[in-house]
Write a protein that binds this ligand. Sequence first.
Ligand code: PEP
Length: 246
Amino acid sequence: MTKLLVANWKMNKNAKECFDFFEEFKLKFSGKRSAWIAPQAIHLNLVINEGKKCNVMAGVQNCSEFLSGAYTGEISPRNVKELNGHFVILGHSERRQYFQETSKHLNAKVKTALKEDLKVIYCVGETLPERESNQTLSIVGDQIQQGLNDMSEATADNLIVAYEPVWAIGTGKTATPAQAQEVHAFIRAELKKKFPAFGEKIQLLYGGSVKPDNVEELLGQKDIDGGLVGGASLKASDFLALCGDK
Ligand code: PEP
């Protein structure tokens, strides 16, 4: 399976900075690993157009469980798809923490986005106190069960799961490859139980301080199919290195 690197630019980069990134990125990107970018939603069209020139897919960092209507400030998954957006990240820990998104609420978003034929990157992960009290697998297991509840096996084809330990996001602390692999193997087993025909094929991304100097070891783990990257995706040279293009 081709490894997938997904850039989560969060609320960073103005329009010029987006263009500048692509000016540099497109010179060296070979496509040996897939690269997707989620800019702020206001730059989605820009990133779709620049991405087309170098085979990079664009998506959003969140969307609504509704398709249209009186939902001020929300992003319609249908309109993301209409623009040729490729994917949506759902359940990022910053959304769970700062915007009170729960796995139950995320379940509605996941189902709607999949129905609209977007790829969904559903994020799960434990906090530091949860890890220290040996609750990692039960927390991640609950997030999988609730967030992916009652989904048809057919829609699982477009599903990607990202394991992002909250204590590793933006902190410079990375899970060791063994810690990450242990949770990925657990997620794989849960997905196989839920979706017998697709569980084995669902891509599992690791996220949490992925950098050029730790990416190879992480991607070398059996159940790690790629990375979801914040900080190290902002500089074209770093993201190129993660994509294997130094
Ligand atoms: C993220 O926000 O999804 C993330 C993994 O951030 P960072 O790479 O900066 O830890």
